[in-house]
Design a protein around this ligand. Structure first.
Ligand code: NAD
Length: 258
């Protein structure tokens, strides 16, 4: 099936990470030119190199998309170097040491970093990208929410759950604002995907996830990439303001002592 993505220009924030790379590969495979954003310049270069080695068009747009100047610069860089912007995938994410503490024990910095990285970046990149899309009469914005919103997160991730719930609320309102100019805005809610973001999970936690999911496994980044490519396609033209759950059928895990 031709998804109608040949010649489209896509910016993926956090594009050097596990899911971002798979999204970049899926969109490139369909003929889109890719701007790989990340804080990690080396990882972004390696992602763009991999794409170019396969004959795809790819550049890097390094910067912190959670800051107004950074997000504006990244969007501008992508559009200037590739000749416009049709697709924005708001994917940048952080976790690690900022997760795992109860609300009572959570540092204000842990709250701020997580909300800024996931929610503020989504607002900023969308704000700067949408005028470019409106000019072209076409746009696709896909935001990254989480199963933590549809099912409730495990204890210790209130900051992450709040940020991802914010992403969903933002998506639904923004979709109403820009739908009339050919731009759709949707969100995905992946379950646990095998990437660095969950590298710190214990064997016990991994067993809870695979044991309780009807599919008996983690989601793979390529499975997210495929959904992203579809949401950006011409075929998805009437999907707007939607949340696409991809959690294998399990949203709320019983953690016990894990
Ligand atoms: P990852 O850690 O592999 O990738 C995230 C990338 O974002 C990293 O390369 C990081 O350098 C980059 N990044 C962080 N802050 C940034 C900033 N301010 N500006 C630019 N880049 C920045 O994680 P992942 O699993 O690929 O996660 C991608 C997205 O998917 C995140 O939004 C995450 O919350 C979401 N998600 C992940 C899972 C999962 O289980 N892995 C589940 C649901 C949702």
């Amino acid at each position: 099936m031709d998804l109608g993505l040949k010649g489209k220009i896509a910016l993926i924030t956090g594009g050097a990470g596990g899911i971002g790379r798979a999204e970049a590969a899926a969109l490139a495979q369909e003929g889109a030119a890719i701007a790989v954003n990340d804080l990690d310049a080396q990882a972004a270069e390696s992602c763009a190199d991999d794409l170019r080695a396969k004959g795809f068009a790819a550049i890097t747009a390094i910067g912190d998309v959670s800051e107004p100047d950074g997000a504006a610069r990244v969007v501008r860089l992508a559009a200037e170097q590739l000749g416009g912007l049709d697709i924005l995938i708001n994917n940048a994410g952080a976790g690690g040491r900022h997760l795992g503490r109860s609300v009572e024990d959570m540092d204000v910095d842990d709250w701020d970093v997580i909300v800024r990285t996931h929610l503020r970046s989504t607002f900023l990149c969308s704000k700067y990208a949408v005028p470019l899309m409106r000019d072209r009469g076409f746009g696709r914005i896909v935001n990254t929410s989480s199963m933590n919103v549809t099912g409730g997160g495990r204890p210790g991730v209130a900051n992450y759950s709040a940020a991802k719930a914010g992403v969903l609320g933002f998506t639904r309102t923004f979709a109403k604002e820009v739908g009339g100019c050919g731009v759709t805005v949707n969100a995905i809610a992946p379950g646990y995907v095998e990437t660095n973001l969950i590298a710190g999970f214990s064997e016990q936690q991994r067993a809870v996830i695979t044991g309780q999911n009807p599919l008996g496994r983690f989601c793979q980044p390529e499975e997210v990439g495929a959904v992203i490519a579809f949401l950006c396609s011409k075929q998805a033209s009437f999907i707007n303001g939607a949340l696409i759950c991809m959690d294998g059928g399990k949203r709320d895990f019983h953690w016990g002592d894990a």
